[in-house]
Design a protein around this ligand. Structure first.
Ligand SMILES: [Zn+2]
Length: 129
């Protein structure tokens, strides 16, 4: 999903798009576009470099709205909240390096549906080889 579409969607749902919120969304989408799974803290740190007065609460609440509207999903691993693009796929997280890789295998995703589950996020803990 393009950044402009997300910003328009937020506006249409009545969210006041302050400069801080726009910047948070922009930082997040830049990272997601590069295939990243940024943590809440990483987004906060980057936002704070550009806008020193921003609060963690503003970052958190903006991400919560994006999640609620289905633009992003969040998952927790190792006590950290990672943000992920929407569009179901499998995230493989290496226990040793913390690296996150993705598999977009529709059959794997379908297997959940067959079991009557509609996953919001699929996270597999693994060891890289
Ligand atoms: Zn992912």
């Amino acid at each position: 999903m393009k950044l402009e579409d997300v910003l328009r969607g937020l506006r249409e749902r009545g969210l006041r798009l302050t400069r801080q919120r726009r910047e948070i969304v922009r930082i997040l989408y830049e990272r997601l576009a590069r295939g990243g799974h940024p943590t809440l803290d990483e987004i906060y740190r980057e936002a704070k470099e550009r806008m020193p007065r921003i609060s963690l609460g503003t970052v958190y609440s903006t991400l919560k709205v994006l999640e609620k509207l289905g633009y992003i999903v969040a998952f927790q691993i190792g006590g950290k909240t990672h943000i992920d693009r929407s569009g179901l796929h499998v995230n493989i997280i290496c226990e040793d390096s913390g690296e996150i890789r993705e598999i977009a295998d529709q059959e794997l995703v379908n297997a959940f549906t067959k079991e009557g589950a509609k996953p919001l996020s699929i996270v597999v803990r693994a060891r890289c080889q």
